[in-house]
Design a protein around this ligand. Sequence first.
Ligand code: GLU
Length: 526
Amino acid sequence: MSTTSQHKNEVRVRAAPSPTGRVHVGTLRTFLYDYLLAKKYNGSNILRVEDTDEKRKVVRGTEAIIEVMKLFGIDYDEGPHVGGDYGPYIQTERKSLYNKYAEELVSKGHAYHCFCAEERLQKLRDSQIEAKKPPGYDRKCRSISPEDAAEMKKAGKPYVIRLKVPLEGTTVFHDEVLGDVKFKNSNVIDPILLKSDGLPTYHLAVVVDDFLMKITHVLRGLEWLPSAPIHKLLYEYFEWDMPKFVHLSLILNPDGKGKLSKRKGALPAVSYLRKGYLPEAMNNYFALIGWAPRPNEANEDDVYTMAELIERFDIDRLHKQPGRFDPKKFDAISGKHIRRLDSKELVEKVLYWAKNYVLTEFITDGIDEMPEWEGDIKNKVKRYLPLWEADLDFFEKALSLVHERLIYFSEIPELLAYLYNKTLVWTDNDWKLQDHSKAEVASALGGMLEVFGQLYITEKVSHEKWESAIRGYADKIGWKHGEVFMALRSAVTGKLQSPPLFESFEILGWEKTKKHIEDAIRWLRS
Ligand code: GLU
């Protein structure tokens, strides 16, 4: 019995998330690969929500998943809201159809009813733990005759349905990337397929739905590999063709040790957006953690648009080996995407970021705790956004000062603060005084004010003019050029590091530059 044949030519890929919390970047990468494969072959990308585990399910988890997919431009052709020919696409809404399949396996002799009560199973687990034996069901009900089982069922005894895994031999599972993987059957202990409340477990639901939805390719995280022999047996017992399976390599922590953890940088996908990474940069970078284009199709700078990813993606280029999350490479790619924008696009994207990522509440925000820094960014954006928007030409010029060095957008409020604040606030750490006292720096700044003032009266001051005037002044008072630049930088930008100094003067204009310097002198003397 095979119904996949009529769809032989169509690639049908599914994302099958469980709505258990915020969507992290590993999950995002799986969604992305699904999408890339479907698009590459003009196939269909399907979203199916696997919500049969009531204990792990969270309120609005499904909506949060859909939200994240939208934010990253990962469309699906069939799924919740959009519908399709194979719905419903939420497993709890499909509840009534699984029983039949579980019973079919029972009647074929590949599954059995298990009447063990929870207390018995708990005792069994306790005794196994005490005896330091691996935990697992002792297959007690496997020996109940079908007639006795039917009687007990009739009498209303609660039951689950378990898969009858062969007691000996091996199950060989073929993975498109990993090749053949062998599992010892005796290690796979009769998993539950249908629970006593009639809901299927993951194993039954995933196989039945992938079959009914005519899925051709299953891409999923490596953590699902231990389930693979169960699924293989199910396909065999149902006599269904198996889709092609790909277990995706792990994403490791930056130090290469262990699976990428929250503690070492795995943020929910939306947190990266808030931080100001472009979604296209994230898709680009995360695609490259477990996959690479063919060498002749590789772009030298590692920058790929979604269209380029679709064109180049294929299963045979997925990595077998785990990949490290490399924050430096991520930042570099992020910066390169920003550099690709022209100055108008940059303004647009920054405003979009501020309004739609920072100041917007996401559904997923209600699910998990939000990191504290997200609140800080929100406060800064609240403060500066109206100022940015009040003069878009000025904002464009201001951004041009930092365009070449930006890594993510949440750097912007601080980097440009001196252009927007009437009065700056200094601490001792904002000055590099070296061999000079505060009073000396104050008087040097006073001298510079005079030089600048004269310069300004005579002509419109260009970057070159400011600079040569300052160098001349440094020579006159016998300071190193660097020392004078540093003092001026601290005075005008409030920071030791800032966008280019003289371009900043140009944009600020004389009046504001003067005001910052005067305030600095006052602060240094106080
Ligand atoms: N529901 C599983 C998850 O949450 C899907 C595993 C699969 O793709 O088969 O990741």
